[in-house]
Ligand binder design. Structure first.
Ligand SMILES: *Cc1c(COP(=O)(O)O)cnc(C)c1O
Length: 229
């Protein structure tokens, strides 16, 4: 067994254990392998071990890997901050976008996706930590943006995504993730039908699964430490 396949197994065991603890079915939780800075042969190794969904943060790097691994039929998620001038490339080559926080970018994505493809699957990024610098909309802006994004023809709004502030405090992480779940539930009471909570990374995926994550984004625990950019 390679290191990557062992790491994937260990990560799935962590997800399964947290799901059991929460009384959830682990099959509801998608493992997204975050592969930024990881070269294509190591993604191939992960794919050989059964991993299908990969997350990339940088458009050029992502496009290069999507091209290099096209024979594998993988699912690609764009999880980085998105500028409107990159929206066309993302809409044409990725299957999912997690970081929508402006209507203008969502409109460009929808337009570039067009009618001849399945809709681009989308999550709105919410800043649940209230830090000044981070991406994502404020929770009180979510209903307005979600309604507008859900109305775009070639996007399908699936849910919400968050990256809480790094913390060793498990209780704090759970409060942040619970806040995202409660916001999703409030939007669903308004009829939005959101099925996705994209939350939890290598260090806090248990807390996220306990609070209802349906997709965890895991890099380091699968591929090892990244070189500092
Ligand atoms: C890098 C990244 C991850 C993965 O982080 P790890 O700590 O390596 O698991 C998840 N989500 C986003 C948005 C990222 O940029």
């Amino acid at each position: 067994m390679t290191t990557i396949s062992a790491n994937l197994q260990a990560t799935k065991s962590r997800i399964a254990a947290a799901a059991r603890q929460a009384g959830r079915n682990e099959a509801e939780i998608t493992l997204l392998a975050v592969s930024k800075t990881v070269p294509p042969p190591r993604l191939r190794e992960a794919a050989a071990a059964g991993q299908r969904a990969f997350g990339e943060n940088y458009v050029q790097e992502g496009l290069a890997k999507i091209g290099a691994l096209a024979d594998l039929g993988l699912e690609w998620h764009f999880i980085g901050p998105l500028q409107s001038n990159k929206a066309r490339a993302v809409a044409e080559h990725f299957d999912w976008v997690h970081g929508i926080d402006r209507l203008k970018v969502a409109e460009r994505l929808s337009q570039a996706r067009g009618a001849d493809r399945t809709p681009l699957q989308a999550c709105i990024q919410v800043n649940i930590s209230g830090e000044a610098s981070k991406h994502g909309i404020r929770p009180d802006e979510a209903a307005g943006l979600a309604g507008a994004v859900a109305a775009l023809p070639h996007l399908r709004l699936r849910g919400l995504m968050a990256i809480p502030e790094p913390s060793e405090d498990s209780a704090l992480a759970r409060r942040r993730f619970a806040a995202l779940r409660e916001l999703r539930d409030a939007l669903n009471r308004q009829g939005l039908g959101l099925d996705t909570l994209s939350m939890g990374m290598s260090h806090d995926l248990e807390e996220a699964v306990l609070e209802g994550a349906t997709l965890v984004r895991v890099g380091t625990a699968i591929f090892g430490e990244r070189a500092q950019a």
